[in-house]
Design a protein around this ligand. Sequence first.
Ligand code: AMP
Length: 222
Amino acid sequence: MNIIILGPQGSGKGTQATNLKERLNLVHIASGDVLRAARASDTELGREVRRYYDAGELVPDAITVRLIIEAIRRTSGSESILLDGFPRTVAQAEALERALMDANEGVDAVIELQAPLETVKARLAGRRICRVCGAVYNVNTKPPRAPGACDLDGGELYQREDDRPEAIERRLAIWARENEQLLAFYACKGIVTTVDADRSPVEVTDDIVAVIEGRGLPVAKR
Ligand code: AMP
């Protein structure tokens, strides 16, 4: 089963993906993580990704599609996949469709996380990430026990370049522009469910699990 989780940056896609991984037997592919790994490499590709990523712009479709399809192909083929942050444009959605069709598959469910703009801006501005393990905190809603240090390993917490105010505004504006068309692309296939993401993470996860269960994916017992 192939599931897409959509929503603006800060709507909680990453948190939900982590929760869903525990409840469902699936592989989580986050385009942001895939692109951050590419960005870190000292290659032509790394430099190209860095140019767009650091400006809060979308990385060109040709690069993004290639890297994500490679990541999908690296999975075993028998696992369900949760795509987070991809597709972001209709061109990416069409490329995904073609790649899945080659394996006689398709997108089975699209979960749209909806939250007020003010909520997502506040979440993004407060987000801090551990340099060592990647754990995510929020200085307002989920602060670490000691300021600036990860609860799990004491690693330094940092703010992503693209979580700074100017980049946040740019990313959200791009998201609003692309999202409408993307939702329309999937809505006419009848596979989109909108979930209210302005609630506690557990409540949101419960709703998503119910949707996915309703579409036939086995759910692990808690
Ligand atoms: P995220 O972690 O999903 O907020 O993504 C961080 C950055 O990675 C974005 O601001 C873009 O520069 C890039 N990115 C992530 N997903 C995509 C995508 N599907 N298409 C193009 N660029 C992307």
